[in-house]
Design a binder for this molecule. Structure first.
Ligand code: AKG
Ligand code: FE2
Length: 237
């Protein structure tokens, strides 16, 4: 993979990803970061000048682990991920809005969408790197940082499952109205990732589509260390 990260995102099988998003609400994609690129993100975890804020998850009872929000300008590969994933996901977002009888209002480019965030006072970048050691976990949650939000986010893992760490499944729980919740536990290859809804998804019912709400998190890492890269598209207040 000597080409640019943005080209690798564009080269994913987007027909299949759109189908998975529509049918199951999330979509797993193959590795798009090389092992060296994953290692480089991990190696730069201590480089404080790259980050605007560090969160000790235990302190907020978010779980056990730590994460850091990158500051602008984002590292080039992360910026490319954010820019390249945005347009196909905006198409999916608009399709979902139409299914729910709403105006399909997401602009076609990340920069146009970020302008909307900025107008709403949301100016701080939200992409983050997360680190969990043995015993670490991330409680089920949603990542909303203001009125403006993008309905999808992307998560990539940077270590080898079952080699560098054990446990640590990515968790997605769908809360269906007036029914019991459904969970998915997803183990990702290094450099691969998952696209999932920030807040809810439309599900086909007998009378049109209804909303199912989702939360995500990480199951307990039972051994080793797990680093991941979160690509959130809306900026924060
Ligand atoms: O580490 C993970 O897999 C989950 C990270 C997360 O919560 C996020 O990217 O929003
Ligand atoms: Fe999250």
């Amino acid at each position: 993979m000597h080409n640019e990260v943005s080209e690798r995102v564009a080269a994913l099988d987007w027909d299949a990803l759109h189908r998975d998003l529509d049918q199951q609400g999330f979509a797993v994609f193959r590795p798009i970061l090389t092992p060296e690129e994953c290692e480089a993100f991990i190696a730069s975890y201590p480089a404080e000048e790259l980050y605007r804020k560090t969160i000790d998850m235990k302190r907020y009872r978010f779980g056990l682990g730590e994460y850091k929000y990158f500051q602008s300008p984002l590292p080039s590969r992360l910026q490319q991920l954010r820019e390249a994933f945005y347009p196909p996901l905006a198409a999916a977002a608009n399709r979902w809005l139409e299914q729910l009888g709403k105006e399909p209002g997401y602009p076609g480019t990340l920069s146009a969408f970020l302008e909307k965030c900025h107008e709403a006072g949301q100016r701080r970048p939200t992409p983050l790197i997360l680190k969990y050691e043995a015993g670490g976990y991330n409680c089920l949650h949603q990542d909303l940082y203001g009125e403006v939000y993008f309905p999808f986010q992307v998560l990539l893992t940077l270590n080898r499952k079952d080699v560098d760490y054990e446990g640590g499944e990515f968790l997605l729980v769908e809360q269906r109205p007036r029914a019991q919740s459904r969970g998915h536990a997803i183990k990702l290859e290094r450099g691969a990732g998952v696209i999932f809804p920030t807040s809810f998804r439309p599900v086909q019912g007998a009378r049109g589509h209804y909303r199912a709400f989702l939360r995500h998190g990480v199951g307990t890492v039972t051994a080793g260390k797990r680093y991941s890269l979160g690509v959130i598209f809306h900026d924060a207040t």
